[in-house]
Design a protein around this ligand. Structure first.
Ligand SMILES: [Zn+2]
Length: 306
């Protein structure tokens, strides 16, 4: 099978990563909620209906100091879109997401003359896979295959598989990436306070299996705040010198007056950033509840450390 052409800067990206810590952006979904995205509404649809807002969020993360921005494609895999009833829009949603990220990156680069990288975000199907689940492994593969093809041919620098709980499912997505393109790929799972995923996967197991299956980097994102993910990443770092990524939530959310509040302040994220740098984490950013202010605090520490 002929692989998708690499239009991005995948090799530059891995080379730079071996020299310095890079900052990846913060949340997209919870930022869109601030702009009025409703519960149950697909954030990816805003690539079409509210492109200026999506692009302005990318820009605000770049201005805060992010070196990497993630496409608004977390839920735009075949299985998830099919469930929402618009699988036929997979191409359009993913293509448009890359276009918006590239536009924001190009505009920023023009003024600031520094390398900016675009990561294609791929999240889980939201279904239970395998013999007990409703979705078969082959169907999940096809769903990821379709998304990876579009992302890889639209011009991204690497792929981030993120927020996976199931080692089997992230392995399927990873296989699709490896078979379809030559882009670097990071594989990140979601651990809770038990330091395991809800499928019982330990950091140790994730590191062993995901590197074996060809990931260029492994990581932990979402699910918990920086304190827990620090413990997860520390366990990973003992086992490998290869690239690691961390994107904690802004703490564990609680509800106040019908509003979801993420308690971790930018200052707290900055304190943990120092600890992540000591663990030689290669990519540091934020997940749910983080804002450009959190990323500014993280970037401040990262840039001071080089
Ligand atoms: Zn998250």
């Amino acid at each position: 099978m002929e692989k998708e052409n690499k239009k991005g800067m995948g090799n530059d990206f891995l080379a730079l990563l071996s020299q310095k810590t890079l900052v990846i952006d913060g949340a997209m979904g919870t930022m869109l909620q601030q702009y009025g995205l409703k519960a149950g509404e697909a954030p990816e649809m805003w690539n079409i209906t509210q492109p200026d807002i999506v692009k302005s969020i990318h820009t605000s993360y770049l201005e805060a100091g992010a070196d990497i921005i993630l496409t608004n494609t977390f839920g735009a895999n075949g299985i998830k879109l099919q469930k929402l009833g618009f699988r036929e829009r997979l191409l359009e949603l993913n293509e448009q997401a890359v276009k918006l990220a590239r536009k924001a990156a190009d505009e920023y680069r023009e003024v600031h003359q520094q390398p900016i990288f675009i990561a294609g975000s791929i999240g889980p199907s939201g279904e239970i896979l395998g013999p007990c689940g409703l979705v078969k492994d082959e169907e999940a593969y096809a769903g990821y295959e379709e998304q990876v093809k579009v992302l890889a041919s639209s011009g991204i620098d690497f792929i981030l598989l993120e927020t996976f709980y199931d080692l089997n499912e992230i392995g399927i997505a990873l296989k699709a990436v490896k078979e379809i393109c030559d882009l670097p790929v990071f594989a990140s799972m979601t651990f809770d306070d038990s330091l395991k995923t809800i499928y019982g996967i330990s950091p140790e197991k994730a590191v062993k299996v995901l590197f074996q299956e060809g990931a260029d980097g492994v990581g932990a994102n979402c699910g918990s705040g920086p304190e827990t993910l620090y413990k997860v990443i520390a366990q990973m770092r003992v086992l490998t010198d290869a690239p690691l990524l961390v994107k904690p939530n802004a703490g564990i959310p609680y509800i106040d007056n019908n509003r979801i509040i993420y308690p971790a302040t930018p200052q707290e994220m900055a304190e943990y950033t120092e600890k992540f740098i000591q663990l030689r984490v290669n990519i540091i950013g934020g997940c749910c509840g983080t804002t450009p202010e959190h990323i500014r605090a993280i970037a401040g520490k990262v840039k001071k450390s080089v």
